[in-house]
Design a protein around this ligand. Structure first.
Ligand SMILES: CC(C)(COP(=O)(O)OP(=O)(O)OC[C@H]1O[C@@H](n2cnc3c(N)ncnc32)[C@H](O)[C@@H]1OP(=O)(O)O)[C@@H](O)C(=O)NCCC(=O)NCCS
Length: 83
């Protein structure tokens, strides 16, 4: 767990062009990120992924990531009309 005493790296978002998915590019990207994080002294990598993005969740789980928290959201009345 990342605390005030240690440091973690946050991955905002990664993407592989659709033509190249399923060929190991995403795994290689995350591996490079992990290598860089280790060199920088990070003790963990954290990231957010939308609940509906089941493919990405499977991808991250394959790479050893576990769910440590859940972000919750509620769409307010009128939000669609305002958007
Ligand atoms: C998620 C994403 C980055 C994966 O990249 P990729 O190059 O296709 O992934 P890889 O080929 O390196 O796959 C690595 C492992 O994850 C698995 N995996 C990848 N995508 C998967 C999916 N959609 N469903 C289930 N498993 C998946 C692969 O089967 C592979 O496992 P294996 O080594 O046992 O065969 C890519 O699908 C993508 O860009 N998606 C759109 C953007 C996105 O959702 N980004 C993440 C959220 S911000």
């Amino acid at each position: 767990m990342i605390t005030d005493e240690n440091v973690g790296l946050f991955v905002d978002c990664i993407g592989v062009k659709s033509d190249f998915r399923g060929g190991g590019v995403g795994r290689m990207l995350m591996h490079k990120i992990q290598e860089w994080a280790s060199v920088k002294g990070a003790i963990a990598i954290e990231l957010n992924v939308h609940e509906f993005n089941r493919g990405a969740i499977s991808f991250y789980r394959k790479l050893g990531y576990d769910t440590v928290s859940q972000k919750m959201s509620k769409l307010l009345d009128g939000a669609r009309a305002a958007g």
